[in-house]
Write a protein that binds this ligand. Structure first.
Ligand code: SF4
Length: 309
């Protein structure tokens, strides 16, 4: 514990000295989130990075999130680094740009929505990028669509909007293992608890949930209900529970499954963060994705326009 505190102090000192902003995803380890200037979901982190006056961003995230920030970095005269450049994402890797081009060829009349959990070359093929929080709001503006890569999220939006999409069989291994029986087991122990579930989880979970939505939506749901209930069962990656605990220390947050762990996110450690903040190694630099930058940015900005942000 002492070691962690000491290292956290050293990270903060180095960041301060070099004018570095540290950004961490909700699924990151708590000791990293405690030293981050911003904690959020992937596009929130991009927005924080864009709006912050510091010129160097160190991302404690998986790669596609830092890559998305890098798309905006050069216009702002900023630099992006990632704690672990090998931190991938099973869902982002489930579809390639080539596969999406084939799908577009088979469905030439349909527009294309791509989940933010993809790489820039895939985003560049899209008409619009969506987050789990904004998917319903954005896609109500479209009819015929291809929506990739997360199958469960696409089904969730289909259900909400009464539409049918051309889907892809992509999934996140962390979320797809969360099943209704795990939630019901927790409900037996905490019968008064409210249940929140991510739309990437098994659709059967939605039936036993009080709320289905992304990480930002979960925070809002807790804010709205904290006066009536003090325990929430959290159906997503385990460290969302630590993010919520940091925001609402007086409440209890119980992961639906203790082994719903994103190992790619956990490839960042406090020690690695310190090394990156201290040395800014070239191999941890994330450069904009060349020819894909402009097209990917256009698809992301279209989402921002549609949700009025
Ligand atoms: S939780 Fe799943 S979708 Fe999110 S970064 Fe990890 S592997 Fe990717």
């Amino acid at each position: 514990m002492e070691d962690i505190k000491l290292l956290q102090e050293k990270v903060k000192e180095e960041a301060e000295k070099k004018g570095i902003v540290i950004l961490a995803h909700h699924y990151q380890r708590r000791e990293i989130k405690e030293v981050a200037h911003y904690v959020g979901d992937s596009l929130q982190l991009v927005k924080y990075f864009k709006d912050d006056k510091r010129k160097i961003g160190v991302f404690a995230t998986v790669y596609f999130m830092a890559e998305t920030a890098s798309i905006y970095a050069s216009d702002l005269g900023k630099e992006v680094y990632i704690v672990n450049p090998k931190a991938g994402c099973g869902l982002a890797e489930s579809i390639t740009a080539h596969q999406l081009r084939n799908l577009k060829g088979e469905n030439p009349e349909k527009e294309v929505a791509v989940y933010v959990n993809t790489y820039a070359d895939v985003k560049a093929e899209a008409d619009v990028v969506v987050t789990s929080a904004a998917a319903v709001e954005v896609l109500k503006n479209f009819d015929e669509m291809i929506f990739v890569p997360d199958y469960n999220l696409a089904r969730f939006v289909e259900e909400r909007l009464g539409k049918e999409y051309v889907k892809w069989n992509g999934s996140c291994y962390v979320h797809r293992q969360i099943k209704p029986e795990h939630i019901l087991e927790k409900k037996e122990v905490y019968p008064e608890a409210k249940v929140m579930v991510h739309p990437e989880a098994d659709p059967a979970c939605w039936e036993v949930a009080d709320f289905v939505g992304g990480t930002g939506g979960m925070i809002k749901y807790v804010e709205k209900n904290r006066a009536y209930v003090d325990t929430f069962i959290v159906g997503t990656e385990i460290d969302m529970a630590t993010s919520l605990k940091m925001l609402f220390p007086e409440l209890n947050f119980v992961p639906a499954r203790e082994d719903a762990i994103c190992y790619q996110m956990k490839m960042s450690s406090l020690k690695k963060l310190y090394e990156v903040v201290k040395n800014l190694p070239e191999e941890n630099r994330v450069l904009p994705p060349g020819e894909f930058s402009e097209l990917a940015k256009r698809s992301i900005d279209r989402m921002y326009e549609l949700v009025g942000r």
